[in-house]
Design a protein around this ligand. Sequence first.
Ligand code: GYE
Length: 329
Amino acid sequence: MKKFIALGLCFLILTFTACNQGNKDSGSPFGNNDGFIVVGFSQVGAESDWRLANTKSMRETFNEENGYKLILKDAQQKQENQIAAIREFIAQKVDYIVFAPVTEEGWDDALREAKNAGIPVIIVDRMIKTSDDSLYTCWVGSDFRKEGDTAVAWMETTFKDRASLKIVHLQGNIGSSAQIGRTEGLQAGVERNKGWEVIYRATGDFTQVKGKEVMEFVLKQYDSFDVVYCENDNMAYGAMEAMDVAKKPYGLNGGVTVISFDATHAGLDATIKGRINYNVECNPLHGPRVETIIKQLINGETPDKLAYVDEAAFDAATITQEDIDARAY
Ligand code: GYE
């Protein structure tokens, strides 16, 4: 009988140790990958220069030299791909999930699964809409509404003597925070300024190709307009290409005023050349910011739930070559 009890106890102890070991491997912040911290990053896509700079920043931060294994999944601008990527990361038992949500709505189920698996979720760039803030650890990104307001404040000063202003509005991906904030800024401007009118509005999906397509259509439909408000640099390049072909004057020398967002290196080049009149910065260098958050979590600290990045804006009339040279993206 004693023998039997002793055997039983041994079995219990062995089972307990094995289970504990299992938990340790899957739940530790240092993971079970030879000491590397495993980061699953669900990226929106490769639609713009901003996005490429953002991906580069993540790759440069989360590499083996710095102690990380990065699993990067490009969602090609599709929410279902991002949800699948989050589920894959959970199955792979990554230590952290980082994701840049393509749109704001529809993440609760996938995030709840991550939460139940005990994996911290760090949201970057765009934001989500949820009624349960505990579904993500924290967010770092831009204040897109403020970016829109900055552009509109410049328009209000520049066009203060104009009785009327006809605006063409090229929107980003509908439902993304970057589109929502920049669009809201313009809408508020239109409501405040009596003579302002958006004569045409369409999405260019943040890409150069679609920006060009939309502008080609606009040029066929409308003889005159004063401003093209492009919600990113790449759509501005597309719009300018179409205006070049149509010989429609734009930029600092007169004609259509071009407003853009992102202020990437190429965007600022176009600004100093006077092709883009005003370019509002959106900073994509989130890699080091996310790393700081991960380190805080490892040290048992609580990162800020929401962290906004400081951003500037550039006027073609005053931008300097030093502004451009200082740019890392
Ligand atoms: O402005 C645009 C990109 O979400 C801030 O997405 C980002 C936006 C950026 O495709 O170029």
